[in-house]
Design a protein around this ligand. Structure first.
Ligand SMILES: [Mg+2]
Length: 178
């Protein structure tokens, strides 16, 4: 498969993860969500979700199962975030040190949802990790706007912009829906 296809998100949201509504899921035939953590549901370094994200997760979990797959090597922090995403008495399943765009851990997390892969969305803020890994595994891929601290000087912003630039040169279409 050509690179351009592997880097092409199936859906690009012009807003953060909270823009993923039950209507969006239904329109795309999606029955499960795998969420990247850093800058997808929480700014880097934080251990607690913002209230609007917490509300979104509570609501969306009533519709579809969720699992977290992070490249962050800080196992304890990812565990704490997962515990903040309880539904009933169970924390959501999570994976730290996932090594995206490697397929192995993402494929396992997707298998654990017990759904056809094309009915699972990999949701993330990065093309070269989240989208690439999701497409390699055969998931539906959703690129969301990053969740950053105000006035963030995170060097990953530069990296993200570079990925977008390279991807556009390769022919990836990065036009978002509102
Ligand atoms: Mg991220």
């Amino acid at each position: 498969m050509r690179w351009v296809n592997l880097l092409q998100p199936d859906l690009i949201l012009g807003q953060s993860v909270v823009g993923i509504t039950p209507e969006v899921l239904q329109a795309k035939g999606l029955k499960g969500l795998i969420l990247d953590v850093d800058e997808t549901i929480v700014p880097v370094g934080r251990r607690k979700l913002d209230e609007d994200v917490q509300i979104w997760i509570n609501d969306i979990q009533k519709v579809v199962p969720i699992s977290l797959v992070s490249n962050n090597v800080g196992y304890e922090r990812i565990r704490q975030i997962a515990e903040g995403v309880m539904l009933g008495s169970q924390p959501v399943p999570f994976v730290a040190s996932a090594g995206k765009p490697s397929r192995r851990k993402l494929r396992t997390a997707a298998s654990n949802l017990g759904l056809p892969f094309d009915q699972i969305a990999m949701v993330g803020d990065r093309l070269f990790t989240d989208v690439l890994a999701g497409n390699r595994v055969g998931l539906f891929t959703i690129l969301v706007q990053p969740m950053l601290e105000p006035n963030s000087k995170d060097p990953k912003n530069l990296l993200r912009s570079a990925e977008f630039w390279v991807s556009r040169q390769l022919g990836v279409t990065l036009k978002s829906v509102p």
